[in-house]
Design a protein around this ligand. Structure first.
Ligand SMILES: [Fe+2]
Ligand SMILES: [Fe+2]
Length: 512
């Protein structure tokens, strides 16, 4: 309970055991509408009354039956609610010593009873108003202090928030720098693993970002309302850096298989030596027959006619060597992944393979089963098992990345990176996603990856492709529903490939 400071009224508490005093005071104040009078006849209840009514002034008698008035003055001043309330001692005692004691104990005024009506009212008003003004000042000061404290608290909270935001941004920058550098290191490791595809990942990153920025800069057509935020571009960029991370699991000789017979070395060399050995066998065989024939032709004691045709032996030997050379040249042709192997070619490979020669007394075939299998690959250098291992890299990318605790703003990196070989018609890998399941970011990386792979000029087993040919291949991929039509059209119409080509391709490749 507290005094209303908006419309404060004057409350007088009269503490006096004499009823006539109370009556007199009631009469004195009866016409004063703004003054309320409360009377406490039993001084033992005085403090209780003070706490209950919160008077604006106390009129205190000194001579009382239970507690001496001066003692009460002391008690008011130690009471929380009463210590500031103006206290007017109302006493019949005119002794200056008593008056001085009363003031010394905390009384604010002293009146000899019964005083004049006007004086009483004036003093009551004067002390009450001074007390109310003090309360109002205190309240205003308290409110001002609270508001200042609130403002200071808010300002300090704002400073703390700003500081926290700065620290967060600083940490984010450090974290981002670390993630970017780490991703670039991993990508470099993958590219270094394959000297023939070195720089592939970095080039795919460049193309991906070029496409994304072009989408953002397009103000009409399909991409009018599509915009990738700075954070989304960062996420896409990291996904592009990571898209081939699964290649780390592919054996080196498969990643770079540049001929059909290649394992950890190109086995055409082994076949060459084998055929040289076969040629030597033919030569030895021929020479043995030649010496035998010479001996027989010179043996005059023999009764039989041994006139062996030596020239025929030579013709036969030369025919064998010629045929062997032709067979080797044919195998060499079949080993080149750029040549298509027809069913007819496969029959010929099998025919050659079945032929035998003797080494260390053992009969061996011209070609092993694995050599036949690899030479019979119709196009490219990879057999089915190797193709599956290569294709598995997309699955491995997903597997490696999905367990990493990426921050919230990079949470799609694994999903975007792992889908770069998915096709919109559902025939891609690793999951055969349908077009509904392949989002914009995945479609962008897929197009960047294909264009880079087609035009790459650092693979010794293939002639760098001209842009026009790469575009025409991708055009048919678009028409077959493999890649995104709108992104590819943007790629062509905005000549995104050109700015890339000037930086990465040889002038001979730039033909459009
Ligand atoms: Fe890939
Ligand atoms: Fe790739």
């Amino acid at each position: 309970m507290s005094i209303s400071l908006i419309k404060p009224g004057i409350k007088v508490l009269l503490v006096d055991d004499e009823a006539f005093v109370a009556k007199a005071m009631t009469r004195i104040l009866e016409n004063e509408k703004d003054i309320q009078l409360f009377h406490c006849q039993d001084e033992r209840m005085a403090i209780h009354m003070v706490n209950k009514i919160l008077p604006t002034v106390i009129l205190q008698d000194l001579v009382m039956p239970h507690i001496e008035g001066l003692k009460l003055v002391t008690l008011y001043r130690i009471n929380k609610n009463a210590k500031e309330i103006p206290l007017i001692v109302l006493s019949a005692n005119e002794d200056p010593v008593v008056k001085a004691s009363a003031f010394a104990l905390g009384a604010n005024d002293y009146m000899v009873k019964l005083p004049d009506k006007l004086e009483v009212i004036a003093r009551i008003r004067y002390h009450s108003k001074a007390y109310i003004r003090m309360l109002q000042r205190n309240e205003a000061y308290k409110r001002m202090r609270l508001e200042t404290e609130k403002r200071e608290r808010e300002a300090s909270e704002k400073r703390a928030q700003k500081l926290r935001a700065e620290m967060y941004n600083r940490e984010m920058k450090i974290q981002k720098k670390f993630i970017d550098s780490f991703a670039a290191s991993i990508a470099t490791a993958i590219d270094e693993k394959s000297p023939y595809t070195g720089g592939h990942v970095k080039r795919v990153v460049d193309l991906t970002i070029n496409i994304a920025e072009s989408i953002n800069n397009t103000n009409d057509g399909f991409f009018k309302k599509i915009f990738l935020s700075e954070e989304e571009i960062e996420e896409l960029k990291l996904a592009a850096w990571m898209h081939d991370v699964g290649k780390i699991t592919i054996p080196d000789h498969i990643i770079d298989k540049s001929s059909r017979l290649e394992t950890i070395f190109d086995r055409i060399e082994a076949i060459k030596i084998r055929f040289q050995l076969i040629a030597k066998n033919y030569q030895i065989n021929y020479l043995e027959k030649y010496i035998e024939a010479l001996k027989k032709n010179l043996d005059i004691n023999s009764l039989e006619n041994h006139n062996v045709d030596i020239d025929k032996l030579k013709i036969e030997f030369e025919k064998q060597i010629k045929e062997l050379n032709e067979e080797f040249q044919f195998i060499k042709m079949a080993n080149d992944p750029g040549n298509f192997i027809s069913d007819e070619n496969i029959d010929k490979i099998n025919k050659i393979a079945k032929k035998t020669f003797i080494i260390d007394g053992l009969e061996e075939t011209y070609l092993t089963k694995d050599e036949i299998k690899n030479l019979s690959i119709s196009s490219g250098s990879l057999n089915n098992e190797e193709r599956k291992i290569i294709e598995n890299h997309a699955h491995m990318t997903l597997k490696i990345l999905k367990n990493l605790p990426f921050p919230e703003n990079l949470s799609n990196v694994a999903r975007y990176a792992g889908a770069h070989h998915e096709k919109l018609d559902g025939s891609g890998y690793p999951h055969g996603l349908s077009s509904d399941e392949i989002v914009l970011q995945q479609r962008i990386i897929a197009i960047a990856d294909i264009f880079e792979a087609l035009t790459a000029r650092d693979r010794p087993y293939k002639i760098p492709m001209k842009i026009s040919k790469a575009i025409s291949i991708m055009e048919s991929m678009k028409n077959n529903g493999f890649i995104d039509r709108d992104i590819f059209d943007l790629f062509c119409n905005n000549k995104i490939y050109l700015q890339y080509a000037k930086k990465e391709l040889s002038p001979e490749q730039i033909d459009c």
